[in-house]
Design a protein around this ligand. Structure first.
Ligand SMILES: Nc1ncnc2c1ncn2[C@@H]1O[C@H](COP(=O)(O)OP(=O)(O)OP(=O)(O)O)[C@@H](O)[C@H]1O
Ligand SMILES: [Mg+2]
Length: 229
């Protein structure tokens, strides 16, 4: 069996369209692909369909037409639990009654990862993100930046096929934002899985991405490197 770290991971979306009603069509015929080691940012104004695209990739919404492929397999009809995807939401969505350690383990427990392996992966990620001293705290006892780091840790330990991040820095103040941005770039750059990142902040898009997709009114207006854009 191939080691899961060496799989050639890839995300493709083909002719994706989502119509909530005949008049509300936030995603209109979008096609793009993101490979391992690539960091794609969806950039565009509020309401242009960024979160809807992420939700379609994650399986939280069904497309009206078009496909989502992960590692070459059509997952369009699969539910979110069958797509090995990890998503960071804007609100972090940590469980308030669980400790940091339990929060990080929650996704792996759902997937019935063996206990020994859970412990080992948590150790790795907490070393990496400097969370050791916070493990027994609850989210209410953390700063915004620490919470954000826990939310990222929870997605990293999952070793998903695709990472989806929906404006994960929007709750942080400017200084912390810059710091965590640099951290994210380094972290996800070494993950060997495609990353799709949503923001309406141009600086963020330019500094983090290997590719930027500019969206407008549900259409893909431009897809290029940050330098070209
Ligand atoms: N469940 C829904 N039913 C009907 N319309 C929806 C639904 N979800 C989103 N929309 C509409 O689809 C459009 C795109 O929404 P989406 O959340 O994808 O925008 P966004 O680009 O993420 O915006 P923001 O930057 O404000 O988060 C909006 O006009 C929104 O009102
Ligand atoms: Mg959104």
């Amino acid at each position: 069996m191939k080691d899961e770290r060496t799989i050639d991971r890839k995300l493709e979306i083909v002719g994706l369209r989502k119509a909530y009603t005949p008049k509300v069509v936030p995603v209109k015929n979008i096609s793009l692909s993101v490979g391992a080691g690539e960091f794609l940012t969806l950039l565009g104004p509020s309401g242009c369909g960024k979160s809807t695209i992420l939700r379609l990739i994650a399986g939280l919404e069904q497309p009206t037409s078009g496909q989502v492929l992960i590692n070459g397999r059509d997952v369009s009809r699969l539910g979110p639990g069958d797509r090995n995807i990890a998503m960071v939401f804007q609100s972090y969505a940590l469980y308030p009654h669980m400790t940091v350690c339990e929060n990080i383990a929650s996704g792996m427990k759902l997937r019935k990862t063996p206990a020994g392996e859970i412990q080992q992966r948590i150790q790795e990620v907490s070393d990496f993100l400097g969370l050791d001293e916070l493990m027994e705290r609850k989210p209410g006892q953390l700063s915004g930046g620490q919470r954000q780091r826990v939310a990222v840790a929870r997605t990293l330990v999952r070793r998903p096929d695709v990472f989806l991040l929906d404006e994960p820095l929007s709750n942080l103040d400017a200084l912390l934002r810059e710091h965590v941005r640099a951290e994210l770039k380094q972290l996800f750059g070494s993950q060997n899985a495609p990353v799709v990142y949503v923001t309406h902040d141009q600086t963020e898009a330019m500094t983090l991405s290997t590719k930027v997709a500019v969206l407008n009114n549900g259409h893909l207006q431009q897809l290029d490197t940050p330098e070209q854009i």
